[in-house]
Design a protein around this ligand. Sequence first.
Ligand code: ZN
Ligand code: ZN
Length: 237
Amino acid sequence: MHLLKIIQQLLKTVTIARSCLICTSASNNAICQHCYNVFPAIDNCCVICNVPLVGQAKICGKCNTKKPIFNKCIAYYSYSYPIKQIIYLIKYNSRYEIIKYVIDGLILKLTDYYNSNWPQAIIPVPMFATSLLARGFDQAHILAKEILKKLQQPSIILEDSLVFRSKKTEPQHKLTIEQRKKNIRNAFSINKKTTYKHVAIIDDVVTSGATIIEITKLLKQAGVKKVDIWCLARAPL
Ligand SMILES: [Zn+2]
Ligand SMILES: [Zn+2]
């Protein structure tokens, strides 16, 4: 390679390493301070489903009317700018290396909440086999791995062979709430018997909740008593 080209390549690498992953402005950290400052951490939320709430309410109207089948949802961010854009980059631009830079808030929230009463296993929402082949990576699985790495709770198992996706579904974000429920109905199956009593399902984002509700139903039918949800972002109602 011509010397000039080598230098240009080196400069490019250095520039990339010193750019914010989100806005590409110069930054010594993976995500610049300006981007961190506008991350939409949820201040007040429903104590059950974690949906962001305005004011001082502790429980959302939906959970107040009827408690969800899962026991507790924990999310750190609201599904809005720039987290919404970050999740898009992760999923559709293969920028899954970003995941490890945006989970510290979630880790703190989980540690605060569980103290010593941790779930026995965490279960990433599974992808359909051909979708995984097409995408080449599984963001919920990567998220689960990164969470476990940072939590340092060796008793928690990353359980990825219990639940599987038995039906190919349309991407949920393109559908209405009613269509999402129909689309995801019977999309998952359980692979084997389980003795877990307490697990957490891991997903990047929870919007209508149709996917996690469907998996929770299966797990509870299989004898799991407590199913929590851990996700990076929760959509407002
Ligand atoms: Zn930035
Ligand atoms: Zn709620």
